[in-house]
Design a protein around this ligand. Structure first.
Ligand code: ASP
Length: 608
């Protein structure tokens, strides 16, 4: 037997027990004739005390950091207790020990605060994983996994595996492909998600499916994306949107409870996509704080139901506002006393290439009742007050206004809002706010191809009231500049996203389940009959054999863990992640393959 106890287990109540521990040497401290060793395993750290007798043996067999050892001895109360450690009241007086394996000197310290940089830690990820900080993240990940499984199991969901070697049907992201030796010249693709399989399972009658599953997308890796990531993937038959929202709101709340001990009893807020874009400038607003947008110009026909406030800025001869497609403002609480230096710094912030604005207009709502602005020349105090009031500014607030091209300005103000929220401490790690964003547009305009693409995916159903518009209109966009006037621009989808603290953590939809409507959808996306059959013949075929109404959702498991762990990086929550160029630096993958492998695959490389 290698051990009787773990290194995190023994307490004062164990004093005088004979124990054997096994683990890694964290530190060795020599004090004259005695030596203290901190022994570490997955469960904790226990102090070992080597007396005079054993010290001689230690001299012959010196211990080093990360050596693997087994030690036997008696538990005793420590004179010098360490309240930081759960085992800090005791130590083990060692009577015998054995070095089970030596270790080379690790390239960085195995401590919470390590001296190893990112690259080094990734290269030696197996050592990095020994660190407490990383271990805690993986423990949290496992807790989220368990909580999700328990919840879904209790609700009658079945975990059913779906294949990884499938057919390439790129839509959205690029597929990873795998050559088939047995079928020379042919390729499998790795699934971007099990989407069509879970729908087929509904046709097969498995009306509650889930899987915690890897998905593969060959995308350019923007910060904090991984080419392979994990989803909690779910599908249900005989459901409407409301059923899905209730079921998965329940799942996330149950994860909160089990993993974080949080009772999220309030109903999850809901917002339409149009409202989210109008009020926050993006479709995944962080609603832990206010600062919603004031639209001083209605920018496009996407916002069909909205009234703007253009009258507040018109007629002042201020060209920047007059010529801009969009003018948006936020009221930042308590910042009216910003100095010139501070407003200059904010101006520089919005001018950074990532934000891309030309400048920033501000109005200070001073506590003495006066209004001071960078556009005093154009606007009277009365008009400044009217704008500030409309933005919801209170005495002592600072109104920030951006103007310019629609999309850029919208993105910029939503970034600025988040930045100010962060600076003011309104985005707290330990506060969790869920939001459902509903009623997404079904289509998105693809400028390059001058065509419609599915905003979610091609299996998402339109709102029943919009089906007629979809069926009876020709999808062709005759005037690219006026694509927003095409009836398709306003078709809404039966789709929903779950947002947590400004991050999309899940998304799904009620699906199309009739062959005719699915064909119509493919047509709308510019797929002719032949392409439809080639890519999705199996699904269209299945829809002819009694497909039930169904819908589902998938959660970004890595992201959910990162947010619950209070981290911005999903990499910290993946045991063996890839870097920003999609490389596994430990394996040194991707890599070339042997000539023999090419031969077997009958593939010849001809790199451009
Ligand atoms: N398969 C979809 C995705 O990966 C989620 C869903 O619609 O259920 O985004």
């Amino acid at each position: 037997m290698y051990r009787t106890n773990t290194c995190g287990e023994l307490r004062i109540s164990d004093v005088s027990k004979q124990v054997t521990l096994a683990g890694w040497v964290q530190t060795v401290r020599k004090f004259g004739a005695i030596t203290f060793v901190d022994l570490r395993d997955r469960y904790g750290i226990t102090q070992l005390l080597f007396g005079e007798e054993l010290n001689k043996q230690l001299e012959e067999n010196p211990l080093g950091r990360e050596f693997v050892m087994q030690a036997t001895g008696t538990v005793q109360e420590r004179t010098n207790k360490n309240p930081q450690l759960p085992t800090g009241d005791i130590e083990i007086i060692i009577t015998s020990f054995k070095i089970l394996n030596k270790s080379a000197v690790p390239p960085f310290t195995i401590q919470d605060e390590t001296d190893g940089g990112d690259d080094l830690r990734m290269k030696y990820r197996f050592l990095d994983l020994r660190r407490n900080a990383v271990k805690k993240n993986l423990e949290l990940r496992y807790a989220v996994n368990r909580a999700a499984r328990n919840y879904l199991h209790n609700k009658g969901f079945m975990d059913i595996e779906t294949p990884f070697l499938i057919k390439s049907t790129p839509e959205g992201a690029r597929d990873f492909v795998v050559p088939s030796r047995m079928n020379p010249g042919q390729f499998y693709a790795l699934p971007q998600s099990p989407q069509t399989f879970k729908q087929l399972l509904m046709v097969s009658g498995y009306d509650r499916y889930y899987q915690i599953v890897k998905c593969f997308r060959d995308e350019d890796l923007r910060a904090d994306r991984q080419p392979e990531f994990t989803q909690i993937d779910c599908e249900m038959a005989f459901v409407e949107q409301e059923d899905i929202l209730a079921m998965f709101e329940g799942m996330v709340k149950s994860i909160f409870k089990e993993v974080k001990g949080i009772d999220y009893t309030e109903a999850v807020q809901r917002m339409s996509w149009e409202d989210a874009m109008w009020q926050y400038g993006n479709d995944k607003p962080d609603i832990r704080f206010g600062m919603s947008l004031l639209n001083l110009k209605k920018p496009s026909s996407v916002y069909i139901n909205k009234q703007d406030n253009a009258a507040l800025i018109n007629g002042a001869d201020f060209k920047v506002f007059d010529e801009a497609e969009t003018v948006l403002a936020i009221a930042v609480p308590g910042c009216s006393e910003y100095s010139r230096k501070q407003t200059d710094e904010l101006t520089e912030w919005v001018k950074r290439p990532q934000i891309g604005m030309k400048g920033l207009v501000f109005i200070k709502v001073n506590t003495d009742g006066t209004y001071k602005s960078s556009v005093d020349k154009f606007y009277s105090e009365e008009r400044l007050k009217a704008i500030a009031d409309a933005a919801g500014a209170q005495s002592g607030d600072l109104v920030l206004i951006l103007a310019g091209n629609e999309e850029r300005t919208r993105k910029a103000i939503s970034e600025l809002r988040l930045e100010m929220g962060k600076r003011l401490g309104l985005r707290k790690d330990n506060e969790f706010k869920l939001l459902w964003v509903l009623d997404f547009p079904l289509f998105e305009y693809d400028e390059e191809g001058n065509r419609w693409v599915a905003r979610h995916h091609p299996f998402t159903s339109p709102k029943p009231s919009d089906i007629e518009t979809m069926i009876s209109n020709n999808p062709v966009i005759s005037n690219a500049a006026e694509y927003l006037k095409h009836p398709y621009a306003n078709i809404k989808a039966n789709a929903y996203d779950m947002v947590l603290n400004g991050n999309e953590i899940g998304g799904g939809s009620i699906r199309i389940y009739q062959r005719e409507l699915q064909e119509k959808m493919f047509e709308a996306l510019g797929m002719d009959k032949e392409e439809q059959l080639h890519k999705f013949g199996f699904l269209l075929g299945a829809f002819e054999y009694g497909a039930p109404p169904h819908g589902g959702i998938a959660f970004g498991f890595d992201r959910l863990c990162a947010i619950l762990g209070g981290s911005e990086s999903i990499r910290d929550f993946i045991a063996f992640p890839k870097n920003n160029s999609g490389r596994d630096v430990m394996l040194d993958a991707p890599a070339t393959i042997d000539e023999k492998q090419f031969e077997e695959l009958q593939i010849k490389l001809d790199l451009k």
